[in-house]
Design a protein around this ligand. Structure first.
Ligand SMILES: *Cc1c(COP(=O)(O)O)cnc(C)c1O
Length: 356
């Protein structure tokens, strides 16, 4: 028995099919950060098998690693074109998402060198002010088409500020601004929606959606019912159960004290495995159908649960993530978002991929 992270590739593929079914245009998949911690080498081919043809990573190295696993698929790098990286993009047949005039100039120079047009996506700024072509650069491009000579802009894209809040008026504002900007690139396709944007209605789907989180079972639209299939199950065998007399503390600092004679179960999962220390005395695990509270501080490799009210014994398993209590719920307990829970999942777990 060991700590086990079970990842349901069939559910991930099902989530992609669900989103693709909502969408008139193309549905891509964002597999950056090792597919949100779940293993891009397993997840991306499963999505390709489900019909996905366009994949986004954040870094070039992530895309290069996926290239041989995704024959025929389009691979894009969201973080743009680093200086001197053009040759590597071309050698591995990877498309940059260009985010500045400098990157455009570099891609154009490569096109001139090769005497062929090179495909790119263009990421334009509509208010997130993070990584995109600044408004002034966009205007320069709009007014001087020579800046794009040799570059085939396949798709113009932007990114939502507050897609998870459907009533937030910035969504409509960004959509309006984006459509006006995209009109400067006739013939280019348009993309604005991440996972939350995929639930804002068909106006936001345009030619391509770019979901990540929803594929991995996260609820990205708190205002709506949650249609995504659960994807991960994290379980850990109980290493010891000890009797703790009333009044004694548990864990570093003795921050939790037994108010009654208690049975405390210890599992081999700690903050080094993504069970954030902020979850000290805050998280819930499940023993069969019954929630049991995490008590005391989370250690690097261990955590303790109050199992006084259940018949849990050494070797029995506690479920930290599962259909009853997923990454969104654990995130709420930790004061963060499901994205951060998934991307910090431990490298030490035994990983098992099911329903491939
Ligand atoms: C990460 C990212 C996405 C995917 O976002 P989710 O909320 O996980 O669906 C889409 N587009 C861009 C530009 C991103 O950085």
């Amino acid at each position: 028995m060991t700590v086990q992270l079970e990842i349901d590739l069939g559910a991930i593929a099902g989530n992609w099919r669900y989103l693709a079914g909502l969408n008139q245009g193309e549905t891509a998949a964002v597999v950056k950060a090792d597919a949100y911690g779940l293993g891009a080498a397993q997840v991306a081919p499963a999505l390709a098998q489900a019909g996905c043809r366009t994949f986004f990573t954040a870094h070039l190295a992530e895309a290069v690693a996926l290239r041989p696993l995704l024959p025929g698929a389009r691979l894009l790098v969201l973080n743009g074109l680093e200086p001197h990286a053009a040759a590597d993009f071309i050698a591995h047949d990877i498309i940059p998402v260009l985010c500045s005039l400098e990157e455009i100039a570099q891609w154009q120079a490569a096109a001139v060198r090769l005497e062929r047009r090179l495909t790119a996506f263009l990421h334009v700024e509509t208010g997130l002010n993070r990584l995109a072509l600044p408004r002034r650069d966009f205007e320069a491009l709009r007014d001087d088409r020579a800046l794009l000579e040799g570059v085939a802009v396949d798709t113009v894209m932007t990114h939502l500020i507050a897609g998870e809040a459907p009533e937030d008026e910035r969504n409509q504002q960004q959509l309006r601004d984006f459509l006006a900007m995209a009109a400067a690139f006739p013939g280019a396709k348009r993309s604005i929606a991440n996972s939350p944007g995929s639930f804002l209605g068909v106006d936001f789907h345009l030619d391509l959606t770019r979901p990540g989180a929803a594929l991995y079972g996260l609820n990205t639209n708190t205002a709506q019912a949650h249609p995504m299939l659960p994807v991960v199950r994290l379980s850990a065998p109980i290493l010891q159960v000890r009797a703790v007399p009333a009044g004694e503390g548990v864990g570093y600092g003795g921050t939790w004290r037994a108010a009654r004679p208690s049975r405390i179960a210890t599992i081999g999962v700690g903050y080094a495995d993504g069970l954030h220390r902020a979850l000290s005395s805050r998280a819930t695990a499940y023993f069969d159908d019954t929630p049991v509270p995490l008590v005391g501080r989370v250690s690097m490799d261990l955590a303790t649960f109050d199992v006084t009210d259940v018949a849990a014994n050494p070797g029995d398993e506690l479920v930290l993530l599962g259909p009853r209590h997923g990454a969104d719920e654990l995130a709420r307990e930790a004061g963060t978002i499901g994205y951060e829970i998934l991307t910090s999942l431990g490298r030490r777990y035994h990983r098992r991929y099911i329903n491939a």
